[in-house]
Design a protein around this ligand. Structure first.
Ligand SMILES: CC(=O)SCCNC(=O)CCNC(=O)[C@H](O)C(C)(C)COP(=O)(O)OP(=O)(O)OC[C@H]1O[C@@H](n2cnc3c(N)ncnc32)[C@H](O)[C@@H]1OP(=O)(O)O
Length: 131
C-alpha cells in the first residue's frame, strides 16, 4: 500500500472533543481514493459507488500529521475495488481502516462503462492515453 498523501490536522478539522472530525477524514479519503481510481482507470469519470464498514481505530489530535494509504484489490468490468488505511505519520499508529471502497466508471450520461483495465499502474500514463 502506498501512502502518497499527508495531512496536517488543523483547528478547522477538529470535533467538539478536540480530536480529528470523522467527516473531515472521510472527505480526505474519498478525494484521495477518487484520484487513485482516476489514475488506475485512466478516466476522470469515476464515481464512488460503495464503502464498507469504516473502523475509526484511534483518534488524531491537532498538530498530528496523518497519512492516507490506498491500494487496488480488484479490477471489475466497470468497477475498481480499493482498500484504505490511515495512520499517524510519526508513530505509525492506525487511525482508520476501510476494507472495501468501490468506484465505477460512468459515461457522460452516468451509465457504467467497461474500463478495460486489469492491473495496477504505478504511473499516470493511463490518464495521458485518454487525451
Ligand atoms: C468521487 C465522488 O464523490 S462521486 C459522488 C458520489 N457517488 C455518486 O453520486 C454515484 C451514484 N450512483 C450511481 O450513479 C449508480 O449507482 C452507478 C452508475 C455508480 C452504478 O449504477 P448501477 O446500476 O449499480 O450499475 P451496475 O449494476 O451496472 O454496477 C456497476 C458496477 O458496480 C458494482 N456494484 C454495484 N453495486 C455495488 C455494491 N453495492 N457494492 C459493490 N459493488 C457494486 C457492480 O458489481 C458493477 O461492477 P462490475 O461492472 O465491475 O462488475
Amino acid at each position: 500500500m502506498n501512502f502518497y498523501t499527508r495531512k496536517w490536522v488543523k483547528p478547522e478539522n477538529l470535533n467538539a472533543h478536540g480530536t480529528l472530525f470523522g467527516g473531515s477524514l472521510l472527505s480526505w479519503i474519498d478525494e484521495e481514493a477518487a484520484i487513485y481510481a482516476i489514475i488506475q482507470l485512466g478516466t476522470n469519470n469515476c464515481v464512488t459507488k460503495y464503502m464498507s464498514e469504516i473502523n475509526f481505530v484511534s483518534s488524531a489530535r491537532q498538530g498530528d500529521i496523518v497519512e492516507l494509504g490506498i491500494k487496488a484489490t480488484s479490477f471489475g468490468r466497470t468497477s475498481l475495488t480499493l482498500t484504505c488505511q490511515v495512520r499517524n505519520k510519526i508513530t505509525q499508529k492506525i487511525i482508520l481502516t476501510i476494507d472495501k471502497m468501490v468506484f465505477v466508471c460512468v459515461d457522460d450520461n452516468g451509465v457504467p462503462f467497461a474500463h478495460g483495465k486489469t492491473k495496477i499502474t504505478y504511473t499516470d500514463e493511463r490518464l495521458r492515453e485518454e487525451e
